[in-house]
Design a protein around this ligand. Structure first.
Ligand code: PHE
Ligand code: ZN
Length: 872
C-alpha cells in the first residue's frame, strides 16, 4: 500500500469548478528523451462557484515543472505535491503560462502522452491530461484548444491533434510543426495528439446538409490494406446517426488512428479518434467475422460519441453512463439495423447476463451512477456501459420510438455545449413525453439485479388467466434495502398452436406491463384455453426471471415463440435445467426433449442461420457458474461436456449434412448472409470435433488447410484445439503460428485460442505462452489474450482445485501493477467473485487476494478492487 491511504471521492461532494478556462494554447516539443509542453491558459473565476475559493488548484501527476508564469511574472507562492499544484489568492482573470517536461518514452501506464511502436500518442480519459500539463482536469471545465506540435520531420512526418490544421511549416534542425485549432469547447479528457510515421487512407462523406467531410485513417504502412472496413463502417454510422437521431457531423474532417498499445478498445477524442489496432484493422485474410462485427460497432460507438459525449458531455465522472450507456444503446441499435436484430439482442443479453450480472452480484457492484470511487479508472465497467445501455433501452420501451426521439432531440438542443448529469438526460425524456420517470430514476441510483418471480393461474370457467409478479433485489455494497424499480415487462400469451392471443381491443398481441410495486396481479379475460406465457420478451428489462417452466413448455417455446429472443432463451433454459438436474442427481440420463429440440432447430431452414448457430450453442461454463451457488467448476464443465457428447452423437448425421449444406461462398464478403452461414457451419464443426468424431477430424483439418478467410481458418483451428486429437491440434497450432507470426492481430487470436481452451490451455501452457517470443508485457492486448482470457473464460483450469490457477493470476497481477495499474486492476477481477465458489476454491481465491493486499506499493487502482473484494 502507498504511504497515504487512497482517498475516496464522493458524488455528494461535487462543487462547481472555482475557475473556468476559456482558451488553451499548447505547444509540444517532442524529442526522443522527453517532451516539453508549453501551455498558456486563459483563466477566469467561475461566477457560479463559492466566493471563498480564492486559490487556483490544478491537477498534475508525474510532471517536471520548468516554469510557472502568471500575467508575465514568475509565480513565487505556489505549493506542489504528488497530485496538485496550488497558487494562492489569484485575481479574477489572468493568463497562466506553464512549462512542463514529461517522458513519454518511459510512460508504461499508457495514460497521458506515451510512445507506442515508435509513435507518440495520447490517452486522456479519464484523468490523463494531468500527466501532460497542470490543468483543472475535470470534465465540467470546457475550453477551446489550439495545439502546436513540433517534432523531427523524418521520424514523425504526421502530426495530428483535434480540429483543423491552421498552420504548418519546417523548422531548424530537420524539424517541422503543425498547428491545430479545435473550434468546439471541450473537456480535457477529449484532447488528443498523435505524431508518427504513418500512412493515410482517405475517403469522404457528404452530410445530409451537403457539407463534404474528409475522412482519414492513419496507420503504419504495413497495415495500409486493413482500413477499408473501418472506413465503410464509419460512413454507415454517419449516415445512420443522421437518419435515426438527426445528428450531423460538425467538423470538416474526421480522423482515426490505429495504435498497438492501448488499454481499452478505442477513444472518442474530438475529431481524432484513437483505436486499439485490434478494434479497427481488418482484412478477410486476417480478421474473423466476429472482428468485423466488433469493428463496425466500435467505430460507430466512437463516432456516436461526437454528440452523446462530446457536444454534450459529463458534469463529473459519476455521470459516466450519461455518455457510455446512451452511446452503447445507440451502437446496439445501429448494429441491429446493420444485421439481424434478434441475433444482436441475443449476443448483447448473453454478455450482460454472464458478465454484468456477475459484477452486480459481487463485491464491486455499484449503481449505473456510482456514489463514490477511489480510482475512476475502475468504473469503466459493464454496469456503467451495458446495464447503462439497458436503462436507456427501457426508457425507449416505455416512451416508444417517436417520443424517445423527441426526448433525444430535446436533450441535445437543451444541453449542447454543456457538461450535464444523467438526471438532465432523464428530465429531457420526461419533458418531451409528459411521462413521470421519477421512480424509474432508481435504476441509476440502486445497484443489483432485480429478480422477478412470476406465477400464473387459469380459470377455465371464468375464461380468465392471471399473471402474478413479485419483484425483489438482493443487497449490494451501497444499500441493503431496495425500493421497487419501475420495470417494463413485455409479455404475450401463446395458444397451443403457438399463436399469440389478442390481448386488447386494438388487437395487440403483446403488452408492456409496467411493474412499479413489489407485487402485481394482471388479469386477462376472454381466454378459452390455458396459454403458454412468453415473458420478458426481447429481454425488456435487465432482470432475473423466475417462472415454474415445465420442460414441455420450454420445448414448445423453443420451436414456436414468435419473439426470436425468447425462442432462443427457451432453448437455453431447457439446457440449463437439464444440466442442473444432471448435476444435482435429479436426472441420470439426458432428457430426449433437449435432443429433439436441437434436431428440430437444425432442420428448420426458415430460421436465420446465425440464429440457428446461437441456438445450438449450450450455455457457457461461466454462465452456468454464475447461476450456481457454491459452484464446483469441474463438475459443471464435465456435465456440460457430457451434453455436448450426447448431442453430437445423436445428431451426427444432421450435423454432417448441415456442414455440407453450408459450403463457403467465394469471395469473402462480410455481410449478414455469408457470415451467418459461416457461423452455423463452424458451430457444427465444433460439435463434431469436440466428441472426437473421425469425420469431424477430417473436415476440420481440411478446412484448416484450405480456408480462404480468417473466419474459417481460425474456427477450424479452434475446433481442432478443442478436440481430443492430440497430434493434429498441436500441428495446427504450429502451422498457424508459422503462417501468421508477422501479424500481431492474428497472433493475439492464436494466444487466445490456447488460453481459453479446456483441452490445451492448462497452467503449463499459459505459463509457456508468457515466455513465448511474441508475448510482450508492454502490450495490453497480449496480456489480455493470455492472462485475461485464461482467468475469464477458461474456468476449468483457472479454477483448479489446488489453487494453482489463482496463484498464477495473483503473480501476474503483481508483476504488472507498477507498470500498468489500469491493467492489473482489470485482470484481478475474476478473483473478486470468490464468494460464488465451492469452499475449497473460495478459500484459495481469498488467500490470493490477501497476498496481493499484503504486497508493497499497490497502485490505487488495484488497491480499490482488492480492498473492496475482501471487505465483509
Ligand atoms: N471512452 C472510451 C469509449 O468507451 C473508452 C475509454 C475509456 C478509452 C478510458 C480509454 C480510456 O468509447
Ligand atoms: Zn464509449
Amino acid at each position: 500500500m502507498k504511504a497515504e491511504e487512497p482517498q475516496t471521492v464522493y458524488l455528494r461532494d461535487y462543487q462547481p469548478p472555482a475557475f473556468l478556462i476559456d482558451y488553451v494554447d499548447l505547444r509540444f516539443e517532442l524529442f526522443e528523451d522527453g517532451a516539453r509542453v508549453h501551455s498558456r491558459l486563459t483563466i477566469r473565476r467561475n461566477p457560479e462557484a463559492e466566493p471563498d475559493q480564492r486559490d487556483l488548484v490544478l491537477n498534475g501527476e508525474d510532471l517536471e515543472l520548468e516554469s510557472l508564469v502568471l500575467d508575465g511574472r514568475p509565480v513565487e507562492g505556489f505549493e506542489a505535491d504528488e497530485r496538485t499544484l496550488r497558487i494562492e489568492k489569484v485575481a479574477d482573470q489572468f493568463l497562466l503560462d506553464v512549462v512542463t517536461w514529461i517522458r513519454p518514452q518511459d510512460n508504461t501506464c499508457l495514460e497521458g502522452l506515451y510512445k507506442s511502436s515508435g509513435m507518440f500518442c495520447t490517452q486522456c480519459e479519464a484523468e490523463g491530461f494531468r500527466r501532460i500539463t497542470y490543468f483543472p482536469d475535470r470534465p465540467d471545465v470546457m475550453a477551446r484548444y489550439r495545439t502546436r506540435i513540433e517534432a523531427d520531420k523524418g521520424a514523425y512526418p504526421i502530426l495530428l491533434a483535434n480540429g483543423n490544421p491552421v498552420d504548418w511549416g519546417d523548422l531548424d534542425g530537420g524539424r517541422h510543426q503543425v498547428t491545430w485549432e479545435d473550434p468546439f469547447p471541450k473537456p480535457s479528457y477529449l484532447f488528443a495528439l498523435v505524431a508518427g510515421d504513418l500512412v493515410e487512407q482517405r475517403d469522404e462523406f457528404v452530410t445530409g446538409s451537403g457539407r463534404t467531410v474528409e475522412l482519414s485513417m492513419y496507420v503504419e504502412a504495413r497495415n495500409q490494406d486493413k482500413c477499408d472496413h473501418a472506413l465503410s463502417s464509419l460512413k454507415k454510422a454517419m449516415r445512420w446517426d443522421e437518419e435515426v437521431y438527426g445528428r450531423e457531423y460538425d467538423l470538416d474532417r474526421f480522423m482515426i488512428v490505429a495504435v498497438d498499445d492501448f488499454n481499452m478498445g478505442a477513444m472518442e477524442n474530438k475529431g481524432l479518434n484513437i483505436f486499439n489496432s485490434s478494434c479497427v484493422l481488418a482484412s478477410p485474410e486476417t480478421a474473423t467475422d466476429a472482428t468485423y462485427e466488433q469493428i463496425e460497432s466500435i467505430v460507430a460507438h466512437e463516432y456516436f460519441h461526437n454528440w452523446s459525449g462530446n457536444r454534450v458531455t459529463c458534469r463529473d465522472w459519476f455521470q459516466l453512463s450519461l455518455k457510455e450507456g446512451f452511446t452503447v444503446f445507440r451502437d446496439n441499435q445501429f448494429s441491429a439495423d446493420m444485421g439481424s436484430p434478434t441475433v444482436q439482442r441475443i449476443d448483447q443479453v448473453n454478455m450482460l447476463r454472464t458478465a454484468q450480472f456477475a459484477e452486480d452480484a459481487g463485491p464491486m457492484a455499484h449503481p449505473v451512477r456510482p456514489d463514490s470511487y477511489i480510482e475512476i479508472g475502475n468504473f469503466y465497467t459493464l454496469t456503467v456501459y451495458e446495464k447503462g445501455a439497458e436503462v436507456v433501452r427501457m426508457i425507449h420501451t416505455l416512451l416508444g420510438p417517436d417520443l424517445f426521439r423527441e426526448g433525444s432531440d430535446l436533450y441535445f438542443a437543451r444541453h449542447d455545449g454543456q457538461a450535464v448529469t444523467t438526471d438532465d438526460f432523464v428530465r429531457a425524456m420526461e419533458d418531451a413525453s409528459g411521462r413521470d420517470l421519477s421512480q424509474f430514476r432508481l435504476w441509476y441510483g440502486q445497484a443489483g439485479t432485480p429478480q422477478l418471480r412470476v406465477t400464473d393461474s387459469f380459470d377455465a370457467e371464468g375464461r380468465s388467466y392471471t399473471l402474478s409478479v413479485e419483484q425483489s433485489c438482493p443487497p449490494t455494497p451501497e444499500a441493503n434495502h431496495k425500493t421497487p424499480f419501475h420495470i417494463p415487462f413485455r409479455v404475450s400469451l401463446l395458444d397451443s398452436q403457438g399463436q399469440p392471443l389478442v390481448l386488447d381491443a386494438e388487437g395487440n398481441t403483446e403488452q408492456v406491463l409496467e411493474l412499479t410495486e413489489q407485487s402485481h396481479r394482471f388479469l386477462f379475460t376472454g381466454i378459452s384455453e390455458r396459454p403458454t406465457p412468453s415473458l420478458l420478451r426481447g429481454f425488456s428489462a435487465p432482470v432475473k426471471l423466475e417462472y415454474p417452466w415445465t420442460r414441455d413448455q420450454l420445448g414448445f417455446l423453443c420451436s414456436h415463440d414468435t419473439d426470436g429472443f425468447n425462442r432462443w432463451d427457451a432453448g437455453q433454459k431447457l439446457a440449463i435445467d437439464v444440466i442442473q438436474s444432471l448435476l444435482n442427481g435429479h436426472d441420470t440420463a439426458v432428457d430426449s426433449r433437449l435432443i429433439d429440440a436441437f434436431r428440430e432447430t437444425l432442420a428448420d431452414t426458415s430460421l436465420d442461420r446465425a440464429m440457428v448457430a446461437r441456438m445450438l450453442t449450450l450455455p457457457s461454463v461461466s454462465y452456468l457458474t454464475e447461476l450456481t451457488e457454491e459452484a464446483d467448476v469441474a463438475a459443471i464443465h464435465q456435465t456440460r461436456q457430457r451434453l455436448v457428447d450426447e448431442l453430437a452423437g445423436a445428431l451426427r448425421q444432421d450435423l454432417l449434412e448441415c456442414y455440407h449444406r453450408n459450403a463457403p461462398e467465394d469471395p469473402y464478403r462480410f455481410d449478414p448472409e455469408q457470415s451467418a452461414a459461416r457461423a452455423l457451419r463452424n458451430m457444427v464443426l465444433k460439435l463434431l470435433t469436440a466428441t472426437g468424431d473421425d469425420q469431424g477430424r477430417t473436415l476440420a483439418t481440411t478446412q484448416f488447410e484450405q480456408a480462404a478467410n480468417m473466419t474459417d481458418e481460425l474456427e477450424a483451428l479452434r475446433a481442432l484445439v478443442n478436440s481430443p486429437f492430440e497430434p493434429e491440434r498441436e500441428q495446427a497450432l504450429t502451422r498457424f503460428y508459422q503462417r501468421w507470426q508477422h501479424d500481431p492481430q492474428v497472433v493475439e487470436q492464436w494466444f487466445a485460442v490456447q488460453s481459453e481452451s479446456p483441452w490445451v490451455g492448462d497452467l503449463n501452457r499459459v505459463t509457456q505462452l508468457l515466455e513465448h517470443p511474441a508475448f510482450d508485457w508492454k502490450n495490453p492486448n497480449k496480456i489480455r489474450m493470455v492472462v485475461g482470457v485464461f482467468a475469464g473464460r477458461n474456468l476449468l483450469h483457472f479454477q483448479r482445485s489446488d489453487g494453482a490457477g489463482h496463484r498464477f493470476l495473483g503473480e501476474q497481477v503483481r508483476r504488472l501493477d507498477a507498470r500498468n495499474p489500469q491493467m492489473s486492476a482489470a485482470l484481478v477481477r475474476p478473483l473478486a467473485r470468490w464468494r460464488q465458489y465451492a469452499p475449497h476454491l473460495r478459500d484459495s481465491m481469498r488467500s490470493e487476494l490477501q497476498n496481493i493486499m499484503a504486497s508493497k506499493d499497490l497502485s490505487r487502482d488495484l488497491y480499490e478492487v482488492v480492498f473492496k473484494s475482501l471487505k465483509q
